[in-house]
Every structure is written in structure tokens, then in C-alpha cells.
Write a protein that binds this ligand. Structure first.
Ligand SMILES: [Zn+2]
Ligand SMILES: [Zn+2]
Length: 355
């Protein structure tokens, strides 16, 4: 049987749209029919060679945000898993080794030997993906979410969730706290919502360079929006004082990762504030040491999310607590869409479908 796939045959080249064999599954794998695949900044970064350290084998199929249905279940998949043909599922990223210290405490997404769909032969930019049975979450019969809403939740809608949980655990959120969401790309639009859901009443300030994105952030619950385009740190501080009466953030989740974004966020971080980076646009962080030490600030890296984090996100979505901002992309348009992602042209998440 054949399927459509958009594959990389080398770095810095357009994806090749082709008909290829549907993957065979191992006995402990499940074949997932991809109904929607979120398109992430990471995908064009992969194409552009940002992750050359991965030693990617070619051809490679991008696409690590996957929702669909089960097309086949391997003969060795335990009946206790409850997985059956036709079930609606999302794919959990970061398939850990199961043996290391990180895997043992459930943080399989930071396992040193982990694998991902979308960073090898198979990914969501192809119509079928083999997945080890442990890494699926079933939606159940009461599911009322569409595949295109579900797919982005496995990364864009998951990564900021874990990041804000870290800030929550750091004890910097609550009624007298200001939490900034820095950057409103695919991740930031979800971050604003988790900022409201998880921050115990913190004032949520969204920072971005696009009025259009800021308007949606306001709709999604941001208390204050500030357009930072072309502004110095002091100008942003003045805007913040005008809007909130205070000139610093107690917590920041950085969904961009660009050098200027981190400079702004850390420059406005309060004493004993906490900063969490989830965005990966830039390469380096360059922040002054003395304020970090003398003001006892904390910096967190937060990567993707684990099975528990994703289960919580899916549950919130099922209960209607997450709003979706989706742009449907047809399979034929996948290369155009990658170009638009390079230009940060999308408001919300681009999602590939095969209809
Ligand atoms: Zn991603
Ligand atoms: Zn491991």
C-alpha cells in the first residue's frame, strides 16, 4: 500500500512530495493514520540544518505533532493497553529508553537516548507513522476535538504548559505576581491561556511585535498587552508601569528564544523572579551575571513535556478550557507553508491535513 509523504532528501532543499510505501510495524508498534500534523518552527529549522547534531538519516519525514486514528495494532501489543483499530489518538513525543534516570522518573522527553517521530524516516508529514504502543494517548468515545485541534497540543500546546508548571513550582506565581508571556507564536498563544489557568491569579502580560497577535492574546485571556516592536527596554518598562503600576515581572515564560527577547525579559525580571525559556529561535543566551546572582533570580530551561503533562493538557482541552487558533494547510502546500513559517507569518498554529 502507498501513502503520500513530504520528505527531506538533504538540508536546505524543498521537501519532496512523493508516494512511498506505508511503513511496516514491529510487533510492539501501532500504525497511526495521520489525520493532522502540526507544523512547528522546528520543522523549517530541521530543513535549514539547525539540528545537524542530530545526524539525520535521509530521506527523513518531518512532523512531530501528530493526531489521527489507529490503522493497525502489532501482534505483540498487550491487550491491557486497550488500543484497537479505529481509536482516535495523539502521539506522545520523546520516546525514551525506559532505563535511564530521567525515564525512571517519567521525564522520557529528556532521555539522552530518546527518539521522536518527525526526526527520522517517519513523521507526521507522511500519512502513516509507526509508533511504539506506550506512546499513544487515546481520546475515548466522549472526544469532541478535531484532529487539527489535537495535533498542536502535543508540542505547541504542551511545551508552554510544562514551562508554566515549573514557574508555579518555583513559587513565583500568585495574586501579587506579574507573569509575562514573551513571544506569541504557536507556543505563546497557548502560554497565555495556561498563564491564566495555572498562575493562581497572577496578572498576565503578553509581549509581542504584532498587534494582530496581541489582540488574540487579549481574547485568550491576557490582562495587559504590550507591543515591543522597535522599543528599548526602558520604553517597555514605561509601558508596563503605565499599564500595571509596576515596572518588573515576577515571572517570565519566553516562547521565542531570540536574543533580544531574552534580553528584554531578563532585563525586566524582579528580585527573586524566575525566568523559563521554552522557545528556540536563537542560539545563545547572553545575560549580565551580577543581577542574576545579587537579585537571586532563577533561570529554567523547559523542554517539551512528558506523558503526564500531555495527559493533563488533553484533559483540559476535552473540558473546553483551551482555545485553538488553527490554519489548515493542504499537503500540496507544505513547502509554501514552511516558507511562511520562516517569516513568522502565521497567527496561531499551521496544521497539515491530507483531505
Ligand atoms: Zn515543535
Ligand atoms: Zn531514557
Amino acid at each position: 500500500m502507498k501513502m503520500r509523504a513530504a520528505r527531506m532528501h538533504g538540508y536546505k532543499q524543498p521537501l519532496v512530495l512523493e508516494e512511498v510505501e506505508v511503513p511496516k510495524i514491529l510487533p510492539t508498534e501501532v500504525l497511526v493514520h495521520v489525520e493532522a500534523a502540526g507544523m512547528c518552527r522546528t520543522d523549517f529549522q530541521l530543513v535549514d540544518g539547525y539540528f545537524t547534531a542530530l545526524d539525520l538519516p535521509f530521506p527523513a519525514t518531518p512532523g512531530h505533532e501528530i493526531a489521527g486514528s489507529i490503522a493497525a495494532v502489532g501482534a505483540g501489543v498487550p491487550a491491557a493497553s486497550g488500543l484497537a483499530k479505529g481509536d482516535q489518538v495523539v502521539v506522545v513525543g520523546g520516546w525514551g529508553c525506559g532505563e535511564c534516570d530521567q525515564c525512571r522518573v517519567g521525564n522520557h522527553q529528556i532521555c539522552g537516548k530518546g527518539r521522536w517521530p518527525g526526526f527520522g524516516l517517519y513523521g507526521g508529514y507522511g500519512e502513516y507513522v509507526p509508533v511504539p504502543y506506550q506512546w499513544l494517548i487515546r481520546l475515548g468515545s466522549e472526544n469532541n476535538l478535531k484532529p487539527e485541534e489535537l495535533a498542536p497540543l502535543t508540542d505547541a500546546g504542551l511545551t508552554p504548559y510544562r514551562g508554566i508548571k515549573k514557574l508555579q513550582q518555583a513559587g513565583v506565581l500568585g495574586p501579587n505576581s506579574i507573569l509575562a508571556v514573551n513571544g506569541l507564536g504557536g507556543l505563546g498563544m497557548y502560554a497565555v491561556q495556561y498563564a491564566k489557568l495555572l498562575s493562581g491569579g497572577s496578572l498576565v502580560v503578553a509581549l509581542a511585535r504584532s498587534d494582530e497577535k496581541l489582540a488574540i492574546a487579549k481574547e485568550f485571556g491576557a490582562d495587559v498587552i504590550i507591543n515591543v516592536k522597535g522599543k528599548t527596554l526602558d520604553q517597555v518598562r514605561k509601558d508596563l508601569i503605565r499599564e500595571t503600576g509596576r515596572g518588573e515581572f515576577n515571572a517570565v515564560i519566553d516562547c521565542s528564544g531570540a536574543e533580544e527577547s531574552i534580553g528584554l525579559g531578563t532585563g525586566l525580571l524582579a528580585t527573586s523572579g524566575a525566568y523559563c525559556s521554552v522557545g528556540l529561535v536563537g542560539n545563545r543566551i547572553n545575560i549580565p551575571l551580577f543581577p542574576l546572582v545579587a537579585r537571586e533570580q532563577t533561570f529554567y530551561g523547559s523542554f517539551w513535556g512528558n506523558y503526564v503533562d500531555l495527559s493533563e493538557v488533553i484533559e483540559l482541552a476535552k473540558k473546553g478550557q483551551i482555545k485553538h487558533q488553527i490554519n489548515i494547510v493542504r499537503f500540496e502546500d507544505v513547502n509554501d507553508c514552511l516558507d511562511r513559517l520562516r517569516d513568522s507569518d502565521f497567527v496561531g498554529r499551521a496544521v497539515l491535513t491530507y483531505k
